[in-house]
Design a binder for this molecule. Sequence first.
Ligand code: SF4
Length: 370
Amino acid sequence: MSAETDKKQPMKTLYGSTPEEIENFVTAQGLPKYRAAQLLDWIYQKNVLAWEEIRNLAQDMLQKLSGEIRLTALEPGEEKKAVTGGPTKFLFKTADGHFLESVLISQKDSIEDEEGEDVNIRGRRETVCVSTQLGCKIQCAFCASGQGKFTRNLTAGEIVEQVARISRMTGKKITNVVFMGMGEPLDNYDATLKAVRILIEPWGFAFGARRVTISTSGITPKILEFVKAVDGRVRLSVSLHSSIDEVRSSLVPINRRYPLKELVSALRKINQDLKREITFEYTLIAGVNDSEEEAEGVSMIAKPLRAKINVIPYNPIAEFPHKAPTPEATERFCDQLERRGLRVTLRRTEGREIDAACGQLRLDRMRRQD
Ligand code: SF4
């Protein structure tokens, strides 16, 4: 009955559909409108992954619907858990045979300062990091996703289905979603915006908007457009990685197109006019961006924005032969920022043994296919 594995089906799926789209679909099938609300509940609240799991529709009706539209777009692939605990990485296969990856990060709620409600009933924060593209055109020097070739954008359905599948596979109540996996979310603007709406609307997954974070490498005009489109409700995280244009351009090539001055002025608008908070991601790379001069430059950028800095020690990949900073150097850099009055969090790169850097597992899988 399931159309899940039929590669010839178009990529239209129930996952990724809005209430209006599902309503149009059910009425076209001669079903009453209230069936649309039931289907929405089955997919986004109960996270069903096969038609057979839908229990309040007659078998012949399910048979008919499954012949008309796919329920899901992904198939489960590998699951890799760090031996020492920490993140679990999931590899999924799209219906057209490509691989994408997502990560589940389980944390006790003490890592961050704010929002005690960011945890589930077991007092844990379960964060799914989703991919938005197959590969990435931005090609940041230190990122495995930028090294593999760009294949295509993911659909909104493929994005939100990662959350549903991980919740079902692990039995965990997911509390947060971050768009920090493979791909630049704002380079896949429409699907990202649709996926965010599905995640935060009451008819969708119904996550609190502050539990959803969009991370961008800095496509400046799209940042403003996106923040306005979601009315500033979701969190915004921007990859900074250096306060010096020349260094940042070597790490994040999009900086040549949208240099720091332009980026910072857009962020100022978001912070001052729209009163939205910003977090900067800062991948700390030994001998590249860990100097006191950088700490000073970061503080000049971040302080007027009252932005938080998330320091991530570099997780080495073969394609970018630089070293991870030592724990002492990392601490020193964080201290230098804190002494300048910045709020700093240190994200540990647990799970180095599971190729935890973004895109590494997919890259490895693609190489094994060659
Ligand atoms: S860090 Fe993000 S934007 Fe940069 S190449 Fe990797 S996935 Fe793309």
